[in-house]
Design a protein around this ligand. Structure first.
Ligand code: CP
Ligand code: NVA
Length: 306
């Protein structure tokens, strides 16, 4: 059987995701009870970071340790990865010395090429195109607070970036809808988002219309890592795409607010919303740990009945 990877959200089928959401809950409950859970003892994860991170590094490193394994951090500044060693060669070598690899990099193509030459599972820890681990945790968070996401409506306000693309893929796999509102010129690019069709999303010029009746309102930074040169231009273009109390008011009364973090209060979201009662951003961040532990366990050991 070919090696299983998690490079984009649709690499997991709905039945696998349903299993992972159940497993995440079990793993989280055990963690809260301080119960030892070491299914990955003697296993090693290599984490490769070509961009900055707080949550992704911490949740993978702590998660691997909590599962009984070890995690090794590599970055491009102090390894040969930043000095032009071919991705294919690095994949051959790294995957002979560990059991799972997580990569945060720029182009999606890099993780695809790495995975094609890896003997072990590869997990996408964020690329310019996708952030699948984030949406795994976000959907688990939605389920924890509100139950199944199928049939629900998610409003995405702001940049059609890696996190937005991943929500759109997730909507296709898990059968919910995404209302996207971006400034002109920043609309969703179907091919880049890796979508099968358009049945699960709708684009709105007006962010208020995108939020109307939504079960979840979510956003992200106006300028993602790697696009810093566009910062000034984006600040002007995105000025009206700030999630505020008015947008939350037209969503459903029980609507949640999510943000993958880090956030910029006063840019993509007001302090009132992100620090308000509908916001679940801290649960969302914590759930990165639990969801990724379930993911690593599944990629290395398959389904577990304990
Ligand atoms: N949300 C997220 O991936 O955060 P970091 O960039 O801190 O890892
Ligand atoms: N879209 C953001 C997410 C950071 C977690 C970025 O790529 O910088």
């Amino acid at each position: 059987m070919s090696q299983k990877h998690f490079l984009q959200f649709r690499d997991l089928a709905r039945s696998e995701l349903d299993y992972l959401f159940v497993r995440t809950r079990i793993i989280k409950e055990r963690f809260k009870r301080y119960e030892k859970h070491h299914p990955l003892s003697d296993r090693t994860m290599v984490m490769i970071f070509e961009k900055a991170s707080t949550r992704t590094r911490l949740s993978f490193e702590a998660g691997m340790q909590q599962l009984g394994g070890a995690a090794i951090y590599l970055n491009t500044r102090d390894s040969q990865l930043g000095r032009g060693e071919p991705v294919e060669d690095a994949a051959q070598v790294i995957s002979r010395m560990c059991d799972v690899v997580m990569i945060r990099t720029f182009e999606q193509e890099v993780v695809e090429r790495f995975a094609a030459n890896s003997r072990v599972p590869v997990i996408n820890g964020l690329t310019n195109e996708y952030h699948p681990c984030q949406i795994l945790a976000d959907i688990f968070t939605f389920i924890e607070h509100r139950g199944p996401i199928a049939g629900k409506t998610v409003a995405w306000i702001g940049d059609s970036n890696n996190v937005c693309n991943t929500w759109l893929q997730a909507a296709e796999v898990l059968d919910f809808n995404v209302h996207v509102s971006t400034p002109p010129g920043y609309e969703v690019e179907h091919e880049r988002a890796g979508l099968f069709g358009t049945a699960h999303f709708e684009q709105f010029a007006d962010p208020m219309r995108a939020c109307a009746g939504a079960d979840l309102v979510t956003t992200d930074v106006w300028t993602s890592m790697g696009f810093e040169a566009e910062n000034e231009e984006r600040r002007k273009a995105f000025a009206d795409w700030c999630v505020d109390a008015e947008m939350m008011r037209v969503a459903r009364p029980e609507a949640l607010f999510m943000h993958c973090l880090p956030a910029h209060r006063g840019e993509e979201v007001t302090a009132e919303v992100i620090d308000g009662p509908q916001s679940v951003v801290w649960d969302e961040a914590e759930n990165r740990l639990h969801a990724q532990k379930a993911l690593m366990e599944y990629l290395l050991l398959g389904r577990i009945e304990d």
